[in-house]
Design a protein around this ligand. Structure first.
Ligand SMILES: O=C([O-])C(=O)C[C@H](O)[C@@H](O)C(=O)[O-]
Length: 390
């Protein structure tokens, strides 16, 4: 019998980020020098009868609503029975997107590491301890920053000179018609400047209006020798049929499944040849348990999994996975070297561009996730909190 869960606490808190502004659709941010935006994030803490705790910072608003509605059912449960808890939550949340499983599962892995006196990657089974990274840009702006093909190429040169082995573009978003000519010019400008030196990826974040646009940009990616083409167009990366057709016509491998929730739909996308690389996100895909299940499904099909965005959980998953290539250092831009998703609450941990050694990041080696949080900051910046206890 492991430690028994006695309380679950959630805190919603805010932090400011410089040089970014909401993009015109409000989905994510774009680099805008001089701007300042307040972002909201969440902290989850699970307490047990032995005094060992598990903590997690991150998550989405729907996910936190699910955490809060599930918390009571977890009181009195053995905190080491992650697989059983995962399965119960999957069943309970089956009508929703399941993004509440991630924060609970990641906090439970942190707790298990502290209980056993080992880092999470060691509990999973370590494969590597240094993670080669790609720099993943913010969306383009119109008024400074990443606002032209040349600006993207200049940043790529900077990233290459810092020693990063790979670079991914997020280009423009908005209500207006997409400027496909500018998209093509941008992927071409970057390939011309650094294509011989780095792996390049392109992620339009489902922005292109038509299959034809997706194909046109894809053909330029083929010319530039891009490493992958991610979430190209407005089907929202939902159509397995369309992406199989796209893959038939392009040389550049596709990366889908970032907008796919749950394990089984990931497996279906692979089995239906809708993607080459497989996305998994510990936060959104059922925690470290869920992301590792997706990694192993991909492994069984002989494919690679690529973990979404930078976080302590992504680092531990990647450290324990053979069939993966790059850690996603994003979203960043000139003047904002730290991902906007990183609140200033970590003790020594950071995903800043400046913290990379030769384009690589270490996996934290302390117990659990190996990070400690500034609880005072979280308390002072809190806008809401809940606590359920036995
Ligand atoms: O692969 C990625 O880095 C992304 O897709 C980042 C995007 O900003 C994503 O968060 C989104 O869809 O808004």
């Amino acid at each position: 019998m492991g430690p028994i869960i006695t309380a679950i606490e959630t805190v919603t808190f805010e932090y400011p980020v410089d040089h970014v502004a909401p993009n015109p659709l409000g989905t994510g941010l774009q680099y805008r020098p001089g701007a300042r935006t307040d972002l909201t994030t969440y902290a989850v803490r699970i307490e047990t009868d032995t005094g060992v705790t598990g903590e997690y910072v991150g998550g989405t608003a729907p996910g936190m609503a699910q955490v809060r509605s599930s918390a009571g059912a977890l009181l009195g449960r053995d905190a080491l029975e992650r697989e059983r808890i995962w399965d119960v939550l999957k069943r309970t949340l089956r009508k929703f997107d399941g993004t509440g499983i991630g924060p609970i599962d990641i906090a439970l892995w942190d707790l298990a590491g502290k209980h056993h006196g080992a880092p999470v990657h060691e509990l999973l089974g370590t494969y590597r301890t240094r993670l080669p990274a790609y720099v993943s840009t913010h969306a383009g702006g119109e008024d400074g920053g990443l606002d032209t093909p040349a600006a993207y190429a200049d940043f790529a040169v900077d990233v290459r000179d810092r020693g990063f082995p790979a670079y991914k573009l997020h280009t423009w978003r908005g209500f207006d018609e997409v400027d496909i000519k500018r998209e093509i010019e941008t992927v071409r400008a970057v390939a011309e400047r650094v294509g011989d030196d780095m792996d390049l990826m392109h992620d339009p974040v489902c922005e292109y209006e038509t299959y034809g646009d997706a194909l046109a940009v894809g053909r330029e990616l083929d010319r530039g020798g891009y490493y992958w083409y991610e979430d190209p167009y407005r089907d929202g990366s939902k159509s397995q049929h369309a992406h199989r057709r796209l893959a038939d016509r392009l040389d550049t491998p596709l990366l889908l499944t970032e907008q796919t929730r749950w394990l089984e739909p990931h497996a279906d996308a692979i089995a239906n040849d809708a993607t080459d690389f497989v996305r998994a996100d510990p936060d959104l895909d059922g925690g470290i348990t869920g992301a590792m299940k997706i990694a192993h499904v991909a492994e069984g099909f002989g494919l690679d999994v690529e973990y979404h965005l930078a976080s302590p959980a992504s680092r531990h998953c990647m450290a324990a996975t053979r069939n993966t290539n790059y850690y996603e250092l994003g979203l960043v831009a000139p003047e904002c070297p730290t991902p906007h998703s990183e609140p200033p609450v970590y003790d020594t941990y950071t995903d800043s561009l400046d913290a990379a050694e030769d384009g690589r990041y270490p996996v934290p080696d302390g117990d659990g996730l190996g990070v400690t949080y500034d609880r005072e900051y979280i308390r002072d910046a809190a806008t809401a909190s809940t606590r359920v206890e036995r």
